[in-house]
Design a protein around this ligand. Structure first.
Ligand code: SF4
Length: 369
């Protein structure tokens, strides 16, 4: 039951409220560094992390130099579910989140006593931008009989209105469980992921009309042509992609699931339909496999279509060093919103932990000390 009356957000627009458009994001993305510059900045950042009792929590889509630094300094490189758990459970009093704004907000919601820094607070997400809290509240008011399930890629204010937060790692399981208990669901904001979950679970979903500008641009027809050139390749697809792309997948899953598929897969070649920032980690973990980017709109594409998120690209070593030196910018979440938003995130983490316990018969070890 898609909400077809909603129009997609115009991500190219820089509005009066200071929305960070794609063009603005690319303009702020750090310039490439020379190897000596990269080494000097990485060493400086490592020293500052240590001096400030800080830990770097990075997403798979950010620059490879940040991923390497996170791993080398005892932080983590992960999907948004693991980032949330890691930050919550780590002993460091300062979390530096290399990713986009909702990831920093999630860290602050779960760890209000910690300082949460980000290299650039303009780093946002088309799903977050496309789901304003007031409009979302009206959507919820129109469907009072539904459990409100929101994707992690939403603002704290939207999460404050939700019953459940989910990530792509656990969305299917949680919606299937709600469906089995006879619940109808309001889903926001990604329409492709909502459709995929509806098809997989048979649940009754009222779906918000949002999209990820990176995954929305993968092309089914071009993927089909690429597959014909690489008949032995496995197709790995993130479920934020359109139906015509997901239908061709050998594996549909979260970033962590797609990395696992490359590492454990028997094939030599893999066509990957998600942000190309993930290739850095895939190459490190499976250096002898051949990785091919899934096709987007090609040379005629706009900045929306290069298989890399402009907001993730805003994170770099130089602005990481700046934020560690200045203690700015810092994430703040209003306490009443934080308290409400915490409920839906904790519910998800508890659900995942309980499933893990049931599957292994062991108490889950979450995050790092
Ligand atoms: S890749 Fe897509 S979902 Fe991820 S932060 Fe960028 S716009 Fe949002």
């Amino acid at each position: 039951m898609p909400a077809m009356d909603q129009t997609l957000f115009d991500y190219t627009r820089q509005d009066a409220a200071g929305t960070c458009s794609t063009a603005h994001a690319w303009a702020k993305a750090p310039a490439p560094l020379t190897p000596p510059q990269r080494q000097a900045l990485a060493e400086r950042a490592a020293a500052l992390l240590k001096a400030h009792n800080a830990v770097l929590v990075a997403h798979y889509y950010v620059d490879g130099a940040l991923q390497d630094l996170a791993l080398a300094t005892g932080g983590c490189v992960a999907d948004s579910l693991e980032m949330a758990r890691f930050g919550r459970d780590h002993a460091a009093q300062t979390l530096v989140v290399a990713g986009v704004r909702f990831m920093g907000e999630t860290a602050k919601i779960l760890s209000p006593e910690k300082r949460v820094l980000m290299p650039d607070l303009d780093a946002t997400c088309s799903l977050d931008l496309g789901c304003p809290a007031d409009d979302f509240a009206a959507f919820c008011d129109a469907h009072p009989d539904r459990q409100v399930v929101v994707y992690a890629n939403t603002s704290a204010a939207v999460k404050a209105r939700a019953d459940w937060m989910v990530t792509s790692s656990c969305a299917l399981e949680i919606v299937a469980d709600l469906h089995a208990r006879g619940q109808k669901i309001l889903w926001a904001p990604d329409r492709h992921l909502g459709r995929y979950i509806q098809e997989q679970t048979g649940a009754d979903l009222a779906v918000w009309n949002g999209a990820c500008i990176v995954h929305d641009e993968f092309k089914g027809l071009e993927l089909q042509l690429l597959r014909e050139q690489h008949p032995g390749a496995l197709i790995l697809v993130h479920p934020e992609s359109p139906k015509s792309v997901v239908e061709q997948a050998d594996v549909v899953g979260s970033t962590s699931a797609l990395i696992k598929a490359v590492v454990e897969g028997k094939a030599q070649e893999y066509i990957v339909a998600t942000d190309n920032g993930i290739l850095h980690r895939m190459r490190q973990l499976a250096p002898h496999k051949t990785l091919i980017e899934a096709p987007t709109a090609g040379n005629s594409a706009t900045c929306k279509s290069c298989a890399h998120c402009p907001w993730m690209a805003m994170n770099g070593l130089a602005n990481l060093v700046d934020c560690l030196e200045s203690g700015q910018p810092e994430i703040h979440v209003d306490e009443p919103i934080r308290v409400k938003a915490e409920g839906c995130i904790t519910r998800m983490l508890d659900f995942v932990a309980a499933r893990k316990t049931a599957a292994t018969g062991m108490t889950p070890g979450i995050g790092a000390a």
